[in-house]
Design a protein around this ligand. Structure first.
Ligand code: HEC
Length: 469
């Protein structure tokens, strides 16, 4: 059915649904004709296009992005109870044990390893950090070591821990944001199964004096959903946060949501029982240039608990392939799927390694085939779509106007600044000169507004997308 559906225009699908569903006709037509959300085609494009130029983003819908989608408020990210190990002065009642430290980096690590055992967590974390200590070849791509991981991260953390075991309560990271990515949901037509998208925590490494650094990490957890009603339940959970005032009440409500995916054992069927999909890093603190990496719990890698292992970078090519025919032949052969954002950059293409081991970021990167530039890829919109979906393309100036970081490191007491890609930037001229407007938080707001108004039939006929971010 889902394969069939993808060949039918949305109008034909709607007509069929009208015939089949009869009684639910009123609810259906009410949501698809809401003028502030645009035509059905535009509504679908909210999830398949990064560029918001042709999307209707005005809407009377009550989604509050700062509370439901992208939370950076100081009352949250500096909440003494949840982002430190105390002591916190909070009236006469002691905090519930599961509250203190719930949003700390150390608690994130415990949720990945599936244990609170101090020695196990130390070994698990050191094993991850040592990914940077040696040269690695990942899918044929050489990822050079960045030995400063020892002096910049490991040694100060060990010193603060007072010995040779890393103490998770001394983890030198500051919380920047908690993010709902319901827009990354997939319906039953997706081969990976139904999911409500991701819940994310963004952190910045602190130096030995507690000052911010240029080393960011993001924990990206799956929001498990067995079916469409579970997807809608997640949407309503996040949406419910909009009615709380910032402060203790909001933070308790937010933790009730984050505890569903960011705690030990949240996803019993995944490695270590953790809901984590991947951890990603973005830094220049260890060595130049900026570099992005990706890590996963890969169940067939030996170790107990399953180690957090460096993996290829999703949707991103080995840097050595820039301006070679490998790119133009892949992009031209997959043009329709790339425009629809329903494609996966494979490990190999034409028999040679293709996906990258890491993503060095020289800032002004526009992925392209052989020179002269902007000639070997037939459709410049397809080239853009392919390039913006890479780590270095989206975290760079050429395609999105982003200066390496989407979320800025912050000092205590101030909120992180966000990129124009997230908060709105117009007229970004891409590598081949096409202008784009971005406003990703607003795009996600409209998407959540739409989702909340959808029936399961509508959710199950949404286009399958393969965004990684
Ligand atoms: C289309 C744009 C896009 C792509 C592609 C992308 N990112 Fe991001 N990245 C973002 C946004 C936006 C955020 C903020 C969190 C969010 O909105 O989910 C972010 C946040 C991050 C962060 C934490 C904050 C920061 O600004 O550094 C890291 C680390 C990161 N991404 C790594 C990666 C890696 C590794 C890849 C490739 C596998 C990647 N990103 C691909 C847009 C993108």
């Amino acid at each position: 059915m889902s394969r069939l559906r993808s060949h039918l225009s949305p109008r034909i699908v709607l007509a069929l649904l009208v015939v089949v569903l009869g009684g639910s006709l009123i609810a259906l037509s009410a949501s698809v004709t809401r003028p502030e959300l645009g035509t059905p085609e535009q509504q679908a494009a909210v999830r398949t296009s990064r560029d918001v130029t042709t999307l209707p983003l005005q809407s009377a819908c009550t989604v509050v992005p700062a509370k439901e989608l992208f939370v950076t408020d100081v009352s949250v990210v500096d909440d003494c109870l949840r982002t430190t190990w105390g002591p916190c002065v909070i009236g006469s009642n002691p905090p519930a044990p599961a509250t203190q430290g719930a949003w700390t980096f150390g608690t994130r690590i415990a949720s990945l390893a599936g244990t609170t055992d101090r020695a196990t967590l130390s070994t698990f974390t050191l094993n991850w950090l040592h990914s940077w200590s040696t040269d690695q070849t990942i899918n044929g791509d050489l990822v050079p070591k960045r030995q400063n991981i020892q002096s910049v991260v490991i040694d100060p953390w060990l010193a603060a821990s007072g010995g040779s075991t890393l103490d998770m309560k001394k983890a030198p990271f500051r919380l920047l944001a908690i993010v709902a990515r319901l827009d990354l949901r997939q319906n039953a037509g997706y081969s990976g199964g139904t999911t409500a998208g991701e819940g994310r925590f963004v952190y910045d490494l602190l130096d030995a004096n507690g000052n911010l650094t240029q080393f960011l990490a993001i924990f990206e957890y799956g929001l498990d959903a067995a079916d469409c009603s579970a997807v809608l339940a997640w949407a309503n959970l996040w949406h419910g946060l909009g009615s709380h005032a910032f402060g203790p009440d909001y933070n308790a409500a937010l933790q009730a949501v984050t505890d569903r995916f960011a705690t030990i054992g949240a996803s019993p069927r995944k490695p270590n029982g953790s809901a984590i999909n991947q951890v990603r890093s973005n830094e220049i603190q260890l060595a130049s240039p900026w570099e992005l990496r990706e890590f996963k719990l890969i169940s067939n890698v030996a170790g107990s608990p399953t180690p957090l292992t460096e993996n290829t970078v999703a949707q991103t090519l080995a840097f050595s392939l820039q301006q070679t025919a490998a790119i133009s032949t892949f992009v031209n052969a997959n043009a329709a799927a790339i425009l629809a954002n329903n494609y996966v950059v494979p490990l190999t293409w034409n028999g040679a390694p293709f996906r990258g081991g890491a993503a060095p970021n020289q800032l002004q990167l526009g992925w392209d085939g052989p020179t002269p530039v902007c000639t070997s890829i037939t459709d410049p919109n397809v080239r853009f779509s392919f390039s913006v979906n890479t780590c270095s393309g989206c975290h760079g100036t050429t395609e999105t106007g982003t200066v390496f970081k989407q979320v800025q490191p912050r000092n205590a007491g101030t909120a992180s600044q966000l990129s124009g890609f997230l908060t709105g930037i117009n007229g970004v001229s891409d590598f081949c000169g096409i202008q784009h407007n971005f406003n990703d938080i607003d795009r996600r707001r409209v998407d959540l507004c739409q989702l909340l108004a959808k029936s399961c039939t509508q959710v199950n006929s949404e286009p399958v997308i393969t965004f990684v971010h």
